[in-house]
Design a binder for this molecule. Structure first.
Ligand SMILES: C[S@@+](CC[C@H](N)C(=O)[O-])C[C@H]1O[C@@H](n2cnc3c(N)ncnc32)[C@H](O)[C@@H]1O
Length: 244
């Protein structure tokens, strides 16, 4: 849906920009001002279509960036390489799912303070990215079993390599929606507002009574959190905790 909206905004942006140029009696030749106008129109259409903010920013910059890149006359293989690289990092983000951005160290420390002092505790990070948060926790709590679930190939590979030597940390390449949560005492997520209702449904269906769901930055709509922890990092992260 997000990809369709993006395509519609770009095409309509070009249609309107082209129609405007023709109406003004100007020649329809590629030029930076034309791409800037198209960018503004596409971004406006993106806003009207209620696209996420980052899509609006992409619309604004996309055509001018393509125009400028073409003038650099770079080898076509470079574009393919960048596309392949981004695909392996962001995977299904284009479907409107969750992009890669990482929790701060202060957030990892705040989560650490939430873990009950019980050996054998099981903790999962759903959408673990490059695994930095889990590595920090696994070093601090060797008697706790940590599992990271990540579906994007490159972040998962990096996380897996960097988890080497930490016996209490497992990084698995899997879809978090197919991951059973019945064996987890604490589940941490840093995803997006869009997926929180579905995640809450899954947690309530699968997590054992008394277990804890911790969501960074995005609360579960219509559910009362047990605690809200303000983290002293640059992002002003908030951790929302939910007791199952
Ligand atoms: C915002 S990042 C959080 C990374 C890490 N948990 C942290 O806090 O530093 C979200 C991650 O979730 C991953 N992700 C999104 N949808 C997923 C899915 N269906 N299954 C597994 N991972 C997913 C993304 O690839 C991304 O790496």
């Amino acid at each position: 849906m997000a990809a369709l909206k993006a395509l519609a905004a770009q095409l309509l942006g070009w249609l309107l920009a082209g129609a405007g140029i023709i109406a003004l009696g100007q020649p329809l030749t590629p030029a930076l001002p034309l791409t800037l106008v198209q960018g503004v129109l596409a971004a406006g259409i993106g806003v009207l279509l209620r696209s996420e903010r980052w899509w609006v920013a992409i619309h604004l910059a996309f055509s001018p960036a393509v125009f400028l890149a073409l003038r650099l006359d770079l080898p076509p293989g470079l574009y393919l390489a960048v596309l392949v690289g981004l695909t392996f990092v962001f995977w299904t983000t284009f479907r409107g799912e969750v992009p890669l951005f990482l929790s701060s160290r202060a957030t990892a420390d705040a989560l650490l303070a939430l873990l009950p002092p019980r050996p054998g505790l099981r903790v999962a990070d759903l959408g673990a990215g490059t695994g930095g948060l889990l590595r920090r926790l696994a070093r601090a709590r060797p008697a706790v079993r940590f599992t990271g679930i990540e579906h994007a190939p490159l972040p998962w590979l990096l996380a897996r390599v960097r988890a080497h030597g930490l016996a209490n940390l497992t990084m698995r390449r899997a879809d978090l929606w197919r991951e059973p949560l019945g064996g987890q005492d604490v589940v941490y997520v840093f995803l997006s507002p869009r997926v929180m209702p579905r995640l809450w449904e899954k947690a309530r269906a699968e997590m054992p009574p008394g277990s804890l769901l911790v969501s960074s930055s995005f609360p579960v709509p219509d559910a009362k959190s047990e605690r809200v922890i303000e983290v002293a990092d640059r992002r002003g992260t908030r951790l929302y905790t939910y007791r199952l």
